[in-house]
Design a protein around this ligand. Structure first.
Ligand code: AHR
Length: 512
């Protein structure tokens, strides 16, 4: 089963029982970069029941709510410490006209959500509802503007409506709609997937359009926009090259979309029924994002060696077949322990590249693709992915500590190789060190010996996410099948920190 030991020479004189399965040396002196908290970003799209039913039920709903936002979901997101929320899409963004979503709700026009099942959108969740939610959650809003079917004027006026203080016609309109003070909005997307649902453009054409639209997105009253250009999908390195060459420092960020998906044609596979082989394939595909990121970064480095332009992985996660019996086009899928591993491994990759990756937004926050939360009428469940984000939020804004990790690895389908252990180590502003470890192996526990290399610790505590089967998930009937538990498998010893990770488990340790 295990076929290679990375970088570890076998020592014949050492008794077998004394050898750990993996070893790791933390390099605290090499900790130079802070893990951008925005890497733990979320994405809310007008798609299926992400917004309506997921986040928003309206003030008159019988479902308990705070100003129209579901109370249970709101509290769960507050606990998650969401740093940034992207909205309104996705593909939806390039058909969205913001003026339809302001003013008295009963007077707002309806539209057909052409991208997502042809559902009729009543625009009751618009600019005010989104920005007020971000304020209540204490997170940064990330607004995705319409380039595909919108105008320069429309986008310019949206920025003015949201951020200008007084005296402007748009500030007056905002006040008439009940919001006196402008909101602060930092992150502004100029189009989404402009190579596809956002307008089917060539990169050269989009680069010019970006320059034109971005020119009129002004900074009002001390609000400084961080402008994000619509970037490549997966392996489209030419898109990044053309954008870097033709837009360069006119953008603050360039996006990248990468989904852990079997392919775009035909079945994508069931979210809940899969073989061990499928699971390992998924890990390989998920980890391939590191190679993809490295190649996009190499292009960015050529034009921007000081790393001033952020790589924004503003859509990522698993994409399976829609759950049988759900509305076609709504992309509702269940979420198993396998998805949790995609989350932990991907976050480990993003954390490693925090010097260039300024944000990442998993798709989507509720009821669509790799969600944190699933809702059905008044019921809510937290997914295994939610728990990974919960365990990992200790790394937000902490100093990333590089490691030297040696572990076994496995050859998987499609010529990919998957290391059996993945990790993130960080030190927060109070000096507390957190170590996240994933044991990818489905069958075998892993003993990991960690050389703390001078890090002083008197106590170690931890949490673990695991379950009997890798395909286990939380349902409305059984909402606590996969949940966080206290972890007692770590010990401080003379040789270092010894951690015994059960098969298919994800752990975060706190050293004090
Ligand atoms: O996340 C679902 C869709 O995937 C988004 O709307 C789009 O940007 C991407 O193709």
């Amino acid at each position: 089963m295990r076929n290679t030991i990375m970088g570890v020479a076998c020592c014949l004189v050492m008794p077998l029982a004394a050898q750990p399965d993996a070893s790791m040396k933390i390099l605290p002196d090499k900790g130079e970069n802070v893990i951008n908290k925005e890497i733990y970003g979320q994405f809310a799209e007008h798609l299926g029941t992400c917004i309506y039913g997921g986040l928003w039920v309206g003030e008159d709903s019988s479902i308990p709510n705070v100003q129209g936002y579901r109370s249970d979901v709101f509290q769960a997101l507050k606990d998650l410490k969401v740093p940034v929320l992207r909205w309104p899409g996705g593909c939806f963004a390039d058909e969205y006209h913001w003026r339809d979503g302001i003013g008295p709700r009963e007077q707002r026009p309806r539209m057909v959500n052409n991208n997502w099942g042809g559902t009729v959108e009543d625009n009751s969740f618009g600019t005010h509802e989104f920005l007020n939610l971000c304020e209540l959650l204490g997170c940064e809003p990330y607004v995705s503007g319409n380039v595909g079917s919108g105008t320069v004027e429309e986008m310019a006026k949206w920025v003015e409506y949201i951020t200008s203080e007084q005296g402007s016609p748009m500030a007056k309109l905002r006040k008439e709609n009940g919001r006196e003070k402008p909101w602060k909005v930092k992150y502004w997307g100029v189009g989404n997937e402009s190579w596809g649902c956002g307008g089917s453009m060539r990169p050269e054409y989009y680069a010019d359009l970006y320059r034109r639209y971005a020119t009129y997105c002004r900074n009002y009253n001390g609000n400084v926009l961080f402008k994000i250009a619509s970037g490549a999908s997966d392996y489209d390195y030419n898109w990044t090259e053309v954008l870097m060459q033709n837009v360069g420092h006119r953008m603050d960020g360039l996006s990248l979309h990468y989904y852990t998906v079997t392919g775009w044609e035909g079945s994508k596979g069931s979210a809940t029924k899969f073989s061990d082989d499928d699971y390992y394939w998924t890990m390989g595909k998920c980890l391939e994002i590191e190679d993809v990121i490295n190649k996009h970064i190499a292009i960015m480095d050529k034009y921007d060696p000081k790393k001033q332009i952020g790589l924004m992985v503003d859509e990522w996660g698993t994409w399976w077949d829609e759950e049988p019996g759900t509305i076609s086009g709504h992309l509702y899928q269940q979420n198993t322990l396998r998805d949790a591993f995609v989350a932990s491994l991907s976050l480990d990759v993003f954390n490693r590249h925090t010097d260039r990756i300024k944000m990442a937004n998993i798709a989507q926050v509720a009821n669509v693709l790799q969600s944190m939360i699933l809702t059905k009428e008044d019921k809510m469940v937290l997914t295994p992915t939610y728990y990974v984000f919960k365990m990992y939020n200790v790394h937000q804004d902490a100093v990333y500590l590089p490691v030297d990790l040696k572990c076994s690895q496995k050859d998987v389908r499609d010529n990919r190789v998957v290391p059996m252990v993945s990790t993130t180590v960080s030190r927060n502003k109070d000096g507390v060190v957190h170590i996240s470890l994933s044991n990818v192996d489905l069958k075998e526990e892993q003993e990991v010996l960690i050389d703390l290399n001078g890090i002083k610790a008197k106590t170690v505590t931890g949490e673990i996410l695991t379950s009997k089967n890798i395909a286990d998930y939380n349902s409305f009937e059984n909402p606590n099948v996969v949940a966080l538990k206290e972890f007692k498998g770590a010990k401080l010893t003379k040789e270092g920190l010894k951690v015994v990770l059960p098969a298919k488990s994800i752990v975060t340790l706190e050293l004090k």
